[in-house]
Ligand binder design. Sequence first.
Ligand code: SAJ
Length: 447
Amino acid sequence: MLELRSRDDLQMEATRFKKVCVLGLGYIGLPTASMFATHGIEVVGVDVNPHVVETLNRGEIHIEEVGLAELVKQAVADGKLVVKTQPEAADAFIIAVPTPIKDDKSAEMKMVASATEMILPYLKAGNLVILESTSPPNTTVGLIQPILEKSGLVAGEDFYLAYSPERVLPGKILHEMVYNARVIGGISAASTQAGSELYSTFVQGEITLTTATTAEMVKLMENTFRDVNIALANEFGLVAEQLGVNVWEAIELANRHPRVNILKPGPGVGGHCIAVDPWFLVEAAPEITPLIKTARQVNDGMPNKVVERLKQLLASQPLGDKPKAIAVLGLAYKADVDDARESPAMAVVDGLLSLGYDVRLSDPWVKDLHGLDLPLVSVEEAVTGADCVVILTDHQTYQQLNPVELAKLITHRTVLDARNSINTRLWQESGFTTAKLGSELTRLNDH
Ligand code: SAJ
């Protein structure tokens, strides 16, 4: 760490950065832009998608996140947030565009590169450029800096350059953006300080200062830590199934140890971060990252385990003349969010469709299935005439599912709970054969 300055010290200084241009208005860029705009900064938001630009300039939003609609509406109504397809001159530029992985598991950096190129014509002496997108180690120094220096200006001398990763949890973005600790890594001490000055306009969590490459590594380590720990929980679940143990009970008991905190098994790891970011470390050092790679493979293998478990459950039912019908409850990648992209539930659905099952889909949050041509129906519609229910996302509403009512609608009373969401005993009392991921395979009723 280079140094640590108190928030009060920083807030007392008026920021030099009165106008900020935020490139990329997705789940991170839009909340960031709106946060600056509602904290006295003039913000130009930039997105290459004209539909996004039109929607935002009307004061509406194109993504769902708690509290975001109100914040954007206020920022636009106050004239503090203006959205365009091209950047313009500003005091600071923030890059918050996606960094997905390619099929070969290497990082797709073309959006970061093109956003940086877009800044180039507007870059002036004294500007600050910050990369927020999760990126492979060395991106700030190795990719961003050379592009920006095509301007003739020298990074660290004529303009400031830093990396500052977002750490916010979808579903809690606005709260965490303000209150989470924030890491800022500059390519020079002055760059780090400039970044700290800018973010302290709204960040109330601790701001820690370091180098750009360390900050890049910090971000990747955080998400890799979570991925490896989820993989461990998933592997415990598989072992428990084989041994006839209920992993949920075992985890609950193990977590009473003062230094143990096992995460939850489930149908896999989704979202755009945890299932992606560990690959950036593997790409950076393939020879020495077998653990990280294996964890990714364990988590990616989980949807298939769910499909196998469903096949096993359905095989115990009498054969009918129609394909077996499965009511899939929960398509979002995690509880109480609307995002079904990169969701393990969608991988389970693909697996079930390829086996010829009649798959019915229900999710109280998800509105867009991104190309999957199946209707989204209510829980009751999905369950009516079905042979099995599977719960793939732990949405809070599923804890209130009424098995007595569902038992009247379903053909075969079978449920697989992949998230430990339901009260097994209650469902069994309603005549359901219950199975839980991470719990014994052989007997069909869990206790
Ligand atoms: N999951 C499990 N078991 C668990 C926890 C999660 O199977 O015990 C699954 C979830 O169901 C989901 C996936 O993992 O499919 C990821 O969910 P998540 O809540 O762990 O994380 P994200 O992807 O929503 O957000 C993460 C966060 N990173 C960490 O917690 C280290 C967030 O702070 C980051 O800002 C975000 O990634 C990001 O953008 O990088």
